[in-house]
Design a protein around this ligand. Structure first.
Ligand SMILES: [Zn+2]
Length: 170
């Protein structure tokens, strides 16, 4: 994949007429909302997006995006690297009326007044959506394994009660 910088905004309708295919990158540091929920582990977000017109004459924008971030494990509180990967298939609509005509196998994409879409924001939103709700290491990689968490509890309970010892002294 080439490391070309992608346009931030793009006109899907025009791009579809040209059957445009874009492979390129966005800077991960520019995706501040994504970085509010994760730590940067990669400089770039790799994006591949293709514009086409389907048999109904609808504009279709489909593609993939991926990047590497670190998330905080909710079990041990340590960071772990996590690859975020999405694929998407959108069909743009100018207004709500047009949106209703889009079949359900496409996600509706709202165009701005210039007939464009902010590709960077769109990719960022898609990546945020695939962050796990409760991020956790794989069990074998986690320092707080089930064994160490539950292993300590019985020993704690087995400790002799200091009041029992006092009773014996009396
Ligand atoms: Zn962990």
């Amino acid at each position: 994949m080439q490391n070309l910088k992608l346009p931030i905004t793009i006109n899907p309708t025009r791009s579809a007429q040209r059957r445009l295919v874009c492979d390129g990158i966005f800077k991960l540091s520019e995706m501040t909302r994504l970085l509010a929920a994760s730590e940067k582990r990669s400089e770039h977000v790799q994006v591949s997006v293709k514009f086409d017109v389907d048999e109904r004459g609808l504009t279709v924008m489909s593609g993939t995006a991926s990047t590497l971030v670190a998330l905080t494990c909710q079990r041990c509180n340590e960071f772990f690297d996590h690859k975020l990967e999405v694929d998407f298939t959108f069909s743009p609509a100018k207004n709500a009326e047009a949106a209703e005509k889009i079949p359900s196998y496409y996600d509706v994409l709202e165009l701005n007044n210039d007939g464009e879409v902010n590709l960077r924001e769109l990719v960022e939103e898609e990546l945020i959506l695939v962050i796990p709700l409760i991020p956790r290491h794989e069990i074998e990689d986690c320092s707080a394994t089930a064994d160490s968490v539950w292993g300590e509890l019985p020993t704690e309970l087995d400790k002799p009660n200091p009041f029992d010892a006092l009773k014996q002294l009396k």
